[in-house]
Design a protein around this ligand. Structure first.
Ligand SMILES: NC(=O)c1ccc[n+]([C@@H]2O[C@H](COP(=O)([O-])OP(=O)(O)OC[C@H]3O[C@@H](n4cnc5c(N)ncnc54)[C@H](O)[C@@H]3O)[C@@H](O)[C@H]2O)c1
Length: 425
């Protein structure tokens, strides 16, 4: 029987849960360039809060039957693996162009230890062609081995949703693919052995790559549409959420809500598809229009808040505004590319003083990344305006009366507060 030893390269939101899952059945080595992350994981602490200590310790304990998780930042520790699964970041730069550097670097890492018969599977979100046209040449060059003769490739996009304890990696159907039919079947069988929700074997790697990037692009465009509706209905003095609730009674109306589209997936991945389309001479219209619309929502929310404050004769310059939540989504500590930052930046242009309250964050990280005053405990002061930006569970029981000055504005970006507010997106 084939000996399976799996290396997971990049132990972030995607890599660690995947490594843990495979470790319940296989011998797994988790590899990351971030030494601190490795030390934390080896102590049983996952700062992304996706995996708890008990789950980690369960797979980390010594086992005699060839399964379990060992994490490292040392190359030689992954040398004996037969499958390399790459889960490194795929961000964009300040000009919104794909940055493939982590993929190139991790391909170099894998190339150094690649052996005949090995399979390298990429999970990072990319545009069609990145695996075979960008990463495989690096693997070939560094290893000196030949693609589809000596080693093989696969692509299996990740669909996890950070902070979601219901739809965990094993419970989300996984798209798989491989560089030959035989390898595709092997890749599919590997995932099928741990993913209880099942797998879908795509006909080619490029199909699997395209499937992932359009899932997120479709979501981005749908949210852009309801964000545009919110702007229109606000001008008409109609409550967007009421309209969506009414329209949602039709069986095929899609239940999207207006909001800030941040994070490292929905707000980023469409640029990967757009960039590749532009390289091929096609200028994507809907994809980029959706991006522009969603990127405009931070300044829109800020101007709505200021407008409401003016209507209540609240002095803007020097006003104290409390922003509830800064993570890119509710009930998770992820502060990558949160669009609440756009709201705050635009608010500050009016000369107001903003404090962020978010019980989920690391304040040092938020200060370093965004230079913002953030706190994790309920503030002990009253504010001229409160912006409910992220629907963390903690905010459901917050006593707004203790935080509001008499005449204060409450603006609900999420439309989820259970009392009457002054403005809703
Ligand atoms: N987080 C999500 O919800 C999610 C969902 C689906 C898909 N994805 C995609 O999965 C990929 C990974 O995302 P993530 O959220 O896990 O990122 P992350 O930033 O949480 O983790 C990435 C990890 O890779 C490590 N790393 C970076 N370069 C490396 C290298 N050269 N060698 C080894 N390790 C390296 C980093 O230190 C980090 O620990 C991205 O392409 C992302 O778009 C993410």
């Amino acid at each position: 029987m084939e000996k399976i030893k799996i290396a997971i390269i990049g132990l972030g939101y995607v890599g660690l849960p995947l490594a843990r899952l495979f470790a319940t059945k296989y011998d797994v080595v988790g590899f990351d360039i971030n030494e601190t992350r490795i030390q934390e994981i080896n102590r049983g602490f996952d700062k992304t809060l996706e995996i708890d200590e008990a789950q980690l310790k369960e797979v980390q304990k010594e086992t005699k039957d060839g399964k379990g998780l060992y994490c490292t930042h040392t190359l030689k520790d992954i040398a004996a693996c037969t499958y390399y699964i790459v889960t490194v970041p795929t961000p964009i730069d300040s000009n919104k162009r794909p940055v493939l550097t982590p993929l190139f670097k991790s391909s170099e890492t894998v190339g150094k230890v690649l052996k005949k018969g090995d399979v390298v599977i990429f999970e990072s979100t990319v545009y069609p062609g990145v695996t075979e046209d960008e990463c495989v040449p690096v693997l070939e060059k560094v290893s000196g081995l030949r693609f589809n003769k000596d080693f093989f490739a696969g692509y299996s996009p990740e669909r996890i949703n950070p902070g979601d304890k219901l739809h965990t990696v094993d419970k989300i159907l996984k798209v798989t693919s491989g560089s030959t039919l035989e390898v595709a079947k092997k890749v599919d069988a590997l995932y099928a052995s741990v993913i209880t929700a099942g797998t879908h074997l795509a006909p080619t790697i490029k199909v699997a790559e395209a499937a992932k990037v359009i899932e997120n692009s479709q979501r981005d465009i749908n949210i852009a549409f309801v964000n545009e509706l919110a702007k229109i209905f606000n001008l008409m003095d109609i409550k967007t959420h009421d309209v969506l609730e009414a329209a949602g009674t039709k069986w095929n109306f899609l239940p999207f809500k207006p909001g800030l589209v941040g994070g490292h997936c929905i707000g980023v991945d469409p640029y990967y598809l757009a960039q590749k389309a532009q390289e091929l001479g096609y200028h994507p219209e809907i994809i980029l229009a959706g991006r522009r619309l969603n990127d405009s929502m931070g300044s829109y929310v800020a101007s709505e808040v200021i407008k409401l404050m003016l209507q209540k004769d609240i002095a803007i310059k020097g006003a104290d505004i409390l922003v509830l939540g800064i993570t890119f989504k509710e009930n998770c500590p992820d502060v990558r590319n949160p669009k609440v930052v756009d709201v705050i930046q635009h608010l500050k242009e009016f000369g107001v003083h903003v404090i962020v309250f978010d019980p989920w964050i690391n304040v040092v990280e938020v200060d370093k990344e965004y230079g913002l005053d953030a706190i994790t405990d309920v503030p002990n002061q009253k504010f001229d305006a409160i912006v409910h930006a992220v629907a963390h569970n903690e905010f459901k029981n917050l006593d707004f009366a203790l935080l509001k000055k008499d005449n204060a504005v409450v603006y609900d970006v999420k439309g989820s507060l259970s009392f009457d507010v002054d403005g809703v997106l």
